[in-house]
Design a protein around this ligand. Structure first.
Ligand code: GDP
Ligand code: MN
Length: 394
């Protein structure tokens, strides 16, 4: 699960990392009020940033500086409501604009190959790290954190030297790099990224110019499987930006992944769902989704799964493959009948149910004039043929 920059900054701050102040505004009026506050506090300018769960906001015009109340109003007006990579901007972050001396990249990822948290740093900050990795992999410095001891000071210093950071900034960089690892651990994150981490120029209380290292941007991806351990983080889910199908699937506890094909699949068990997809492909079709309704699914869950499949306009035939163990075949049949009664789209469906209460299921389905199949091969072939007849699968 991705979280918004403002929420990610909150998590970084909770680990003691230096993050400039910010406010979140949902309207131009709120943005202007926040900007006035920072300008009155002595900031020469404010930065206004789109809060959307995609990168490259700067390039897309979603990050603007404003030197006055009126400029802030113009900027907020331009950003709120704009579309970035297909996502409408509904909120902005407002904060004092940083006077940037130099930008760096600093990120931590869960590296599955080495089974460690790996911290990456690059002197090429502010640009997308994937581009840097492609152009010049040697520009990215890496250190793997020890699973129990975390990132050692010497490792953090090595990263700092690698990106040309020395002198007065070394100490804060070490704390930030180590803080990135603890942010990963404390929140069960898959990725924590600060891009740019920046040396900024500020004035201290005596009016002297000082330099500081701060996180100007923050991106965090949380491990969905870790969320039950963090109820507070679950609350950061931004439903505005989530695919409605994903929301629906989560509510009904269905494992659903949309694919590109035309054959909708409803199966119980992840392994059987994968096998079903393989057989659809072997029969010459393409699955429209992976869907595991889980063990013991009742009629209402089956109906919800059917709604999800039918909501995909590409679906031209549906293959239901149920192996009744804990799941009762007759319950699934009832769910299918219930779902078809309320569906607004007529799509051919082939049902194969074996195992617990398969006979009752068969009788119910025959009465309701469903197309059934005895074997999985037969079911896959029938579903692919039905989709072809509709004009889909080539
Ligand atoms: P992203 O494009 O979505 O990654 O958004 P960022 O927050 O990283 O902003 C993009 C770029 O805008 C940064 O790399 C900076 O160059 C610039 N930027 C962001 N915040 C400030 C700021 O406070 N002051 C100045 N001068 N530039 C900023
Ligand atoms: Mn960025």
């Amino acid at each position: 699960m991705k979280i918004q920059e403002a929420d990610a900054k909150q998590l970084l701050r909770a680990e003691g990392l230096p993050v400039p102040p910010w406010s979140v505004a949902r309207s131009v009026k709120e943005a202007v009020t926040a900007a006035e506050g920072y300008l009155a506090d002595g900031s020469g300018a404010v930065v206004i940033k789109a809060q959307v769960l995609v990168g490259g906001r700067g390039k897309a015009g979603g990050v603007k500086l404003a030197r006055s109340r009126d400029e802030a109003e113009t900027a907020a007006n331009a950003i709120l409501g704009m579309s970035i990579k297909g996502i409408t901007v509904r909120k902005v972050l407002v904060g004092p604009a940083a006077d940037i001396v130099k930008e760096f990249y600093l990120g931590a990822i869960l590296d599955r190959a080495s089974r460690r948290i790996v911290v990456m740093a690059s002197a090429e900050g502010g640009v997308e790290i994937e581009e840097v990795a492609k152009r010049d992999p040697s520009a990215i410095h890496r250190e793997a954190a020890h699973p129990l001891l975390g990132l050692a000071d010497w490792q953090a210093r090595k990263l700092a030297f690698g990106i040309g950071l020395a002198g007065p900034h070394l100490k804060s960089f070490v704390l930030i790099a180590k803080g990135l690892v603890s942010t990963m651990l404390h929140n069960d994150a898959d990725l924590v990224e600060i891009n740019p981490l920046a040396i900024v120029r500020e004035r201290d209380a005596d009016g002297n110019t000082v330099e500081r290292v701060v996180a100007l941007d923050a991106k965090i991806v949380l491990d969905d499987s870790g969320l039950p351990r963090h109820p507070g983080l679950e609350a950061l889910r931004d439903l505005d930006e989530e695919d409605p199908a994903d929301i629906e699937a989560r509510i009904h506890d269905l494992s659903f992944i949309r694919l590109d094909g035309t054959i909708g699949c409803m199966v119980n068990g992840a392994g059987l769902a994968m096998t079903t997809m393989d057989l659809v492909k072997r029969a010459g079709g393409e699955p429209a989704n992976f869907l595991d309704i889980g063990g013991g699914a009742r009629a209402d869950k089956v109906a919800a799964a059917m709604r999800l499949i039918l909501a995909d306009a590409k679906v031209q035939a549906i293959l239901v493959n149920i192996f009744g163990g804990i799941t009762r075949g007759d319950e699934v049949a009832r769910g299918l009948i219930e779902a078809r009664a309320i569906q607004d789209r007529e799509v051919p469906m082939v049902v194969r149910i074996v195992g617990t209460n398969a006979e009752e299921a068969g009788a119910l389905l025959r009465d309701a004039r469903f197309e059934t199949a005895a074997t999985l091969d037969e079911a896959a072939e029938k579903a692919v043929a039905a989709a072809r007849a509709v004009g889909g699968a080539a």
